[in-house]
Design a protein around this ligand. Structure first.
Ligand SMILES: NC(=O)C1=CN([C@@H]2O[C@H](COP(=O)(O)OP(=O)(O)OC[C@H]3O[C@@H](n4cnc5c(N)ncnc54)[C@H](O)[C@@H]3O)[C@@H](O)[C@H]2O)[C@@H](O)CC1
Ligand SMILES: [K+]
Length: 495
């Protein structure tokens, strides 16, 4: 699914209005009905609904929502923030419709704000995607006061004050909802970790905007909310699904090799060889009997390039590897030999392989095009340098992927997969229970397994991240997020 910037969303609204055609007031009614559908599925008629509306179209939505909820028997109180003389046409029309049924309160000063605050659910329809400057005056005062309330808070489309596709000022005042119900498409700002408090749990409400227009919009940002399942032929044999090599583990971290190996096997790979230091041999053989196991000449680390690299369809390196000097030299050698053996072979670099790259930046130039790197934010910072905000981080991520022609999976709540063409694919699956040791090793195993089966690296990364998160969601349903361990993600992989 595409993610569009605010100007494109405005153009999309207008195009839908002209081409469908649908009068803008009816489109607003459709959006408001979609919100009300979401709301009535979760909240019953007990208690008050306190609607805070602005004077533009987001406010218009708020007034239409008030009317629809009132019709459904909810006890609604409407507060309009009187911050300007300018009102949108559809706001005026919805005010006209509402005033036939309900009295509205106009908020002009702090006393009005205090009077408006009662027990009830707060709905923020003050400003939406039209916000273009920091909040001040009576809007700012209202938001400051609403944010102090313990009531459940819900934003219509986007929290008041949050810019759709640019960073907010460091000391900006922004509404802090528990939920956001956003129309049609997710907004970029809602996917960035620094905005977590200004989004809450968010839901997408379809309002039937023009599908072809969306298809023709150019964008670099996408949201992965489903992937195409691949069908396996009945005539397959284990050779059909490739042979993966995982190079992982060091003394004290053989568990990382086990987790990556199990995940790789559960991702459909035909054959798996794990290369571990000698100290890991028995542990691997006992824990993962399905994998073949080779050992390095070193007892505790990986130091020596395997002879027969051409046998493998994909190689995953880094889980629990350590950063011993001999391992650094090993990584340099394998990156050099990758260019020679077969540029089409897949390569995944994770954890200590990434840390070695950041401590030896000249190695970055050896990265084979199409390699998949899976850093968490700290690892990415060490690789690419710091950033002032998440938009800047996103820019660095894209620049890095373009410059080195690699795929970078920046792990997090909505893991961002940056491709060499500069596009970024945000993931929809996963949960906080996955922030646990070994979860990254599982992802490396999955992506390596997909690469070995012949998935193009872009698809292996996007699908792997999606399935990893989905398995984490299944695991959380069973044991709860707190009790989850990385092994549960592997057990819950379903293809
Ligand atoms: N255009 C359409 O057809 C639809 C729009 N919808 C709603 O319309 C919203 C966008 O509406 P608008 O474009 O009218 O914009 P908003 O309602 O977000 O804002 C209204 C106006 O406030 C002004 N403004 C911006 N920043 C401000 C600030 N900090 N302080 C005070 N005033 C400020 C701007 O002039 C802006 O146009 C969406 O978020 C969505 O809720 C939905 O009804 C769906 C259909
Ligand atoms: K809003």
């Amino acid at each position: 699914m595409k993610i569009l910037i605010a100007d494109q969303i405005r153009a999309l609204d207008n195009y839908t209005i002209e081409e469908e055609p649908v009068p803008s007031i009816d489109l607003m009614e459709r959006a408001s009905k979609a919100f009300v559908r979401w709301y009535t599925e979760r909240f019953n008629q007990s208690g008050k609904v306190l609607i805070f509306a602005g004077l533009g179209n987001n406010g218009g939505d708020g007034l239409a929502i008030a009317r629809l909820l009132d019709n459904l028997g909810y006890e609604v109180e409407v507060n309009i923030i009187n911050y300007s003389d300018k009102r949108s046409e559809d706001f005026e029309e919805n005010l006209h419709r509402l005033e036939k049924m309900l009295m509205v309160n106009w908020i002009c000063d702090e006393e009005d704000i205090e009077n408006a605050l009662k027990n009830g659910i707060i709905i923020d329809a003050i400003l939406g995607t039209g916000v273009n400057r920091p909040l001040n005056g009576i809007i700012k005062e209202t938001i400051l006061r609403l944010n102090r309330s313990n009531s459940t808070k819900i934003s219509v489309d986007i929290a008041t004050g949050l810019y759709t596709d640019s960073p907010v000022e460091p000391d900006a005042v922004i509404f802090k909802p528990d939920f956001t119900v956003t129309f049609q498409l997710p907004k970029l700002a809602m996917l960035l970790p620094e905005n977590e408090n200004f989004v809450g749990n968010w839901y997408k409400a379809d309002i039937g905007l023009h599908v072809e227009f969306i298809e023709n919009c150019a964008t670099d940002y996408f949201y992965t909310d489903k992937i195409q399942p691949k069908i396996r032929s009945n005539f397959s044999h284990k050779g059909t699904f490739g042979h993966a090599l995982l190079i992982a583990g060091s003394y004290g971290s053989i568990g990382a090799a086990i987790l990556a190996s199990k995940a790789c096997l559960r991702s459909g790979v035909g054959l798996l060889t794990a290369l571990v230091p000698e100290c890991g041999y028995e542990i691997m053989q006992v824990s993962v009997p399905e994998a073949m196991c080779k050992t390095d000449v070193s007892k505790h680390t990986i130091s020596t390039l395997p002879k027969d690299l051409t046998v493998y369809n994909a190689v995953g390196i880094g889980c629990g590897l350590g950063k011993a000097l001999e391992t650094v030299i090993f990584l340099e050698n394998i990156l050099k030999s990758f260019h020679e053996i077969n540029p089409k072979k897949g390569l995944v670099l994770d954890a200590d392989a990434l840390n070695i790259l950041s401590e030896n930046k000249k190695l970055l130039d050896l990265l084979p095009p199409g390699s998949v790197l899976t850093p968490h934010p700290k690892e990415f910072q060490r690789l690419a340098g710091g950033w002032a905000n998440d938009f800047e981080r996103l820019k660095l991520l894209r620049q890095f992927a373009i410059k080195y022609k690699v795929i970078v999976v920046l792990k997090g709540r909505h893991s961002a997969v940056a491709l060499p063409n500069g596009s970024v694919h945000f993931n929809s699956t996963g949960n906080a229970g996955m922030a646990t040791g070994g979860s990254g090793d599982v992802l490396t195993g999955i992506i390596t397994g997909l690469l070995a089966q012949g998935y193009p690296p872009e698809e292996a990364a996007i699908s792997g991240v999606f399935k990893h998160g989905e398995a984490g969601d299944f695991a959380a349903q069973k044991s709860g997020q707190m009790a989850m361990i990385a092994g549960d993600i592997i057990e819950n992989l379903r293809w």
